[in-house]
Design a protein around this ligand. Structure first.
Ligand code: GUN
Ligand code: ZN
Length: 435
């Protein structure tokens, strides 16, 4: 049998454990080699050692001077909000009414959906993001269109149809029954087809009736290896609204808990206004938090508490939350996460941020061994980062005295320009234009 073997030389970084809790968290090879066979990682390590194992005549792509690392994973993003990114508003609820719902209405048209999906995915790849957990709209065709576009690029993506049967405009409202029926049909069509994975997606508690949440929970039980994604405890006005709508619930996240939606593969966006009981529940159910700093600062929603989340042992990852978020770049998302942590009196080392954007996210999604690091047999989704991408980055990184300093400069100063190339399942899906 012929195999397709490719090798890539460069400085190589990937994670084996969370740097917040382990001394030996990562694998770093200044002169490293990544060997990819048939779309999967065959080996990753020192160039000097691994080069000798290559078959005669194997091609080595030379990325010396650049960093090879696993593709970024963005655990919360809305593809239909691409065109309304950076829309001014005083907070979450007016922003939803004024910009979000009218933008999402346009996705009843599959041609529009297809053109946005293409742009959206290419923009993620330009930023080095190879996997995302993606909200579509209430329209089933918005999901079909999205997965078709991601399949065409060979990407591992998680996505789902928004379920929303109250407190929204008529033009975006489904019903409990139609949403459950459509969701089930979409699970059967897309979940685990190729690299696609399905997420049951009630938008957030205020836009679902109890009946819709109940049916979403039943689907989550009937299809236990699907994902669940929703928003929780993002904004104080939203939390007050949830208290009014669900007066018998112990807390906002308890609404989801009571319908069986706290379980492994459940991804909760924001998680700002949680209490200790909520965090404990997240940890014991292996529900995960998607931390969205650019969105939380932009909408004035609040500051994520890394220290309390870590004390409770909650699964953590970083996310852009475009279009509430203001950048597609996970580097820019790290930049803002770092500052959020500082404002809360905690400190996020760069190593931790790169962990959260790669292996931490894969673990949050129960996908370790599939994506997120360079363990042998994982899917070869990787990026090439250029520390000399801009004059300022070049100047700063040439003076960095440690890996931590190098990564920190990339996180604080980097963006899409720092991504020289992106590979999905061993195939190049983005190459930055050189000029
Ligand atoms: N809560 C409910 N829907 C949304 C949304 O689209 N974006 C954000 N940031 N929060 C939400
Ligand atoms: Zn969101």
């Amino acid at each position: 049998m012929t195999t397709n073997l490719q090798a890539y030389r460069g400085s190589l970084l990937h994670f084996l454990a969370d740097p917040a809790f382990n001394e030996q968290s990562h694998d770093w090879h200044e002169d490293g080699l990544l060997i990819v066979e048939d779309g999967k990682v065959k080996a990753a390590g020192d160039y000097a050692t691994l080069h000798a194992t290559l078959p005669p005549g194997a091609v080595v792509h030379d990325y010396s001077g650049k960093l090879l690392m696993p593709g970024f994973i963005d655990t919360h993003i809305h593809y239909p909000q691409t065109d309304m990114i950076a829309s001014p508003s005083e907070g979450l609820l007016p922003w939803l009414e004024t910009y979000t719902f009218p933008s999402e209405r346009q996705f009843e048209d599959s041609t529009h959906a297809a053109s946005v999906a293409d742009f959206f995915l290419d923009e993620l790849l330009r930023c080095g993001t190879t996997t995302a957990m993606v909200y579509c709209t209430v329209h089933p065709q918005s999901v079909n269109t999205f997965f078709a576009a991601s399949e065409q690029r060979g990407l591992r993506m998680v996505a789902g149809k928004v379920m929303m049967d109250r407190n929204c405009p008529d033009f975006l409202r489904d019903t409990a029954e139609t949403s459950a029926r459509d969701t089930e049909a979409l699970i059967q069509r897309w979940h685990k087809r190729g690299r696609s994975l399905y997420a049951i997606t009630p938008r957030f508690a205020p836009t679902s009736t109890e009946r819709q949440l109940q049916l979403a929970g039943e689907l989550a039980a009937a299809y236990p290896d699907t994902y669940i994604q929703t928003h929780v405890s993002e904004n104080e006005a939203e939390c007050a609204w949830v208290r009014e709508l669900f007066p018998n619930s112990r807390s906002y996240i308890d609404v989801y808990d009571s319908y069986g939606m706290m379980r492994p593969r459940a991804m909760y966006g924001h998680c700002i206004w949680l209490n200790e009981h909520d965090r404990r529940r997240m940890a014991e159910t292996q529900s995960a938090a998607a931390i969205c700093p650019t969105s939380n600062l932009f909408l004035g929603s609040g500051l994520f508490d890394f220290e309390r989340a870590d004390d409770a042992g909650v699964l953590l990852s970083l996310a852009t939350d475009v279009g509430g978020g203001t950048s597609f770049s996970m580097l820019q998302t790290m930049n803002e996460a770092y500052k959020v942590a500082r404002l809360k009196g905690s400190y996020l080392p760069a190593l931790r941020m790169f962990y959260l954007a790669t292996l931490g996210a894969a673990r949050s999604m129960q996908l370790e061994g599939t994506i997120g690091n360079f363990a042998a047999g994982t899917e070869a989704d990787f990026i090439v980062i250029d520390p000399q991408a801009t004059p300022l980055l070049q100047r700063r990184t040439s003076r960095s005295n440690s890996l931590e300093e190098l990564l920190f400069a990339l996180a604080l100063l980097g963006d899409d320009r720092a991504i020289a190339a992106t590979y999905a399942a061993g195939r190049q899906v983005h190459a930055r234009e050189m000029n």
